[in-house]
Each structure stands twice: as structure tokens, then as C-alpha cells.
Design a protein around this ligand. Structure first.
Ligand SMILES: Nc1ncnc2c1ncn2[C@@H]1O[C@H](COP(=O)(O)OP(=O)(O)OP(=O)(O)O)[C@@H](O)[C@H]1O
Length: 313
């Protein structure tokens, strides 16, 4: 099994510390969402893992080896970093054939990935005529070319139409289910929530969080339960006696903050109040993420020397 290991990684560009003592591991079998505000250091970290930049200190390895030491790297790591990077005068097919030849990948694989990414019909067109979405698909085709156990995708949904967004969501999930290591950066919270099951979150080059998605959401949002009842006033009173405030919504549903549906169900059953509908309103990744970044910004304002460690957030 191949993981990405980042250890005490620091990268300075002049006086800017883009990555600051970062340590985390990306494990196989999961889609790991890589989050953080603009300039947090996500792309720099990915570039360091891919050996496109040299760290100021620390290490970034794939399966325990530095990228530069990998033979035929596309067979180990597939990456989508900058979809604009492909040579515009080449056709999509030629672009992939050159990459395949340099990595001892059988030529027939080129047609497979063109099919898989939905650009087989334009394979013989020059890349400079491609839309942003088509370039993005070509970048993903290049990442898949070597059938690698590790994939790193920087904003893969960028420029994709709604169908394309569903496609990339299903593709990343499938790749993880196959046991691959999948790291996906994104600013789209609903997309990340629908795709990832683990999160690594950066803030100003530092690690703010590294934990399962569910744990992150439940730890940073307040639960809320909703119900409908044939006798809502009776249930409201029961809840009131238990210290919970039920509020009636316009649609006739009632909501109760800070409580789980199972707690309401238990109280209603004990008092014999009929409940027609009962469910939890899950907090969103967006709410949890904003809670984290807001508390981090407040901490930074109070302590201008630097952002908090993960324990302090
Ligand atoms: N080649 C470079 N030269 C100088 N500074 C750089 C370079 N690359 C990145 N930086 C700086 O490093 C910091 C981190 O940038 P990076 O692109 O890694 O962030 P990011 O989290 O990927 O942001 P975004 O979400 O906007 O893509 C920023 O302050 C950026 O200006």
C-alpha cells in the first residue's frame, strides 16, 4: 500500500513561508480532501511531493521514496496540477502518447484513458482548441495513464460542467475504493463533502486539521433534529420539560437545536406522543470549515506571531 508522507515540510519563497513545518500522511483507500484558504500552501505542498520544487527543509515522499527517485513516475503517481500546462500545438492523443512512451506505458492505454475521460471524440484535435473543461479532462487522462496507486488532483472540478462534476466525483470515489491513495484539493465545499471521507486542512502553511470528515463536521457544528407530530404542542411541552426548545417552521416541521432525533424519539415514546416524521439535520462541511477558519483568524489577530497549532484551534 502506497501513502503520501509529508514530514516537517517547509518551503520558503524569499520572505514568504508558503509551507511551514507540515506533517501529515495521506492513506490509501480514502479520498482525502485537501482544504484551506487561498494561499494556504496546498499547491506548493503538491508541487513539493511531485519534486517540482525543492523543500527548504523536511521531506515529502510517496511510498517512502522521493518522487525524484522513482523510475517511470507516472506509474507511481498521477497528478493534475495545472491543466493549462499541456503543449497547445499537439493533439490530445499525441500529448498522451509522448507521456506514455517516456514512462514505458503500453500505447493502447492512451485510447483507454481518452475513452474513460470522455475526450476520445476530440483526441485528434489540437489542445489549443480545447475548452477549459476539455483540458481538465485531458489533465485527468494524463494522471490516469500509468494506472498509478497514488493520485493528486488540484481543483479537478475546475471548468467542468455539471455532468463532468458528477463524473469526477464518481471517478475519485472509485479510485479510492480500488485501494488507491487520492488527494483532492478544492474550494467547493459541497463537492468535497460529497466526495471525501478524510480531510487535511491547511492555514497559512500550517496543518489546522487532519481527521475523518464525519468527525470534523460533528465536532464543529451543532446538531439539530426536526420532527412532525400529530400532537406537536404536547411534544413541545415534553421537550420543554427536558430543557429543549422546539421551534415551529413555516412548513409545519419543528426543529430543536442541540439534540439528536433519537433523543426526541425516546422522549416521545416514553410520553406516548405520536411522531409522524423525525430526522437529524446534519451540519454541513461548509459550516464546520468556516467555524475552523474563523477561529483560526481570531487566534491570529490576538497572537500576531503565527497561526495556532492544531491543538490550539
Ligand atoms: N513560485 C512562487 N514564488 C513565490 N511565492 C510563491 C510561489 N508559489 C507560491 N507562492 C506563495 O506561497 C503561498 C502559498 O501558495 P499556494 O499556491 O501553495 O497556496 P494554495 O493553498 O494552493 O492557494 P489557492 O487555493 O489560491 O490555489 C502564497 O503566499 C503564494 O503567494
Amino acid at each position: 500500500m502506497t501513502s503520501i508522507d509529508v514530514h516537517e515540510l517547509t518551503k520558503e519563497y524569499g520572505t514568504v513561508r508558503a509551507v511551514d513545518g507540515l506533517t501529515f500522511q495521506v492513506r490509501p483507500g480514502h479520498v482525502t480532501g485537501f482544504l484551506g484558504p487561498n494561499g494556504a500552501g496546498k499547491s506548493t505542498t503538491m508541487r513539493l511531493v511531485l519534486g517540482l520544487d525543492r523543500p527548504t527543509s523536511g521531506t515529502a515522499t510517496v511510498g517512502g521514496r522521493r518522487f525524484a527517485d522513482l523510475d517511470e513516475p507516472l506509474r507511481h503517481v498521477g497528478a493534475l496540477l495545472d491543466a493549462q500546462a499541456a503543449h497547445g500545438a499537439r493533439t490530445a492523443r499525441d500529448h498522451l502518447r509522448v507521456l506514455a512512451a517516456g514512462n514505458r506505458i503500453r500505447p493502447a492505454r492512451v485510447d483507454e484513458v481518452l475513452e474513460e475521460t470522455g475526450i476520445a471524440a476530440v483526441a485528434r484535435k489540437r489542445i489549443k482548441t480545447f475548452s477549459l473543461g476539455m483540458r481538465q479532462r485531458l489533465g485527468i487522462a494524463a494522471a490516469l495513464l500509468g494506472d498509478p496507486p497514488v493520485l493528486m488532483l488540484d481543483e479537478p472540478a475546475n471548468g467542468l460542467d455539471p455532468e463532468g462534476i458528477i463524473w469526477i466525483r464518481e471517478l475519485t470515489r472509485r479510485l479510492a475504493k480500488e485501494g488507491r491513495t487520492v488527494l483532492v484539493s478544492s474550494h467547493l465545499m459541497t463537492e468535497t463533502a460529497a466526495t471525501a471521507d478524510h480531510l487535511v486542512i491547511l492555514g497559512r502553511g500550517r496543518l489546522l486539521a487532519d481527521l475523518p470528515m464525519e468527525e470534523f463536521i460533528t465536532s464543529r457544528t451543532t446538531p439539530r433534529a426536526r420532527f412532525r407530530s400529530a400532537e406537536p404542542e404536547r411534544l413541545r411541552e415534553v421537550l420543554d420539560r427536558a430543557g429543549h426548545v422546539a421551534v415551529r417552521g413555516e412548513d409545519g416541521r419543528w426543529s430543536v437545536d442541540g439534540v439528536l432525533a433519537e433523543d426526541i424519539g425516546r422522549l416521545a415514546a416514553r410520553e406516548g406522543v405520536p411522531v409522524v416524521e423525525l430526522g437529524d439535520d446534519r451540519g454541513s462541511l461548509e459550516q464546520a470549515y468556516l467555524d475552523l477558519t474563523t477561529s483560526e483568524a481570531e487566534f491570529a489577530a490576538r497572537n500576531p506571531l503565527g497561526p495556532p497549532s492544531p491543538q490550539e484551534v
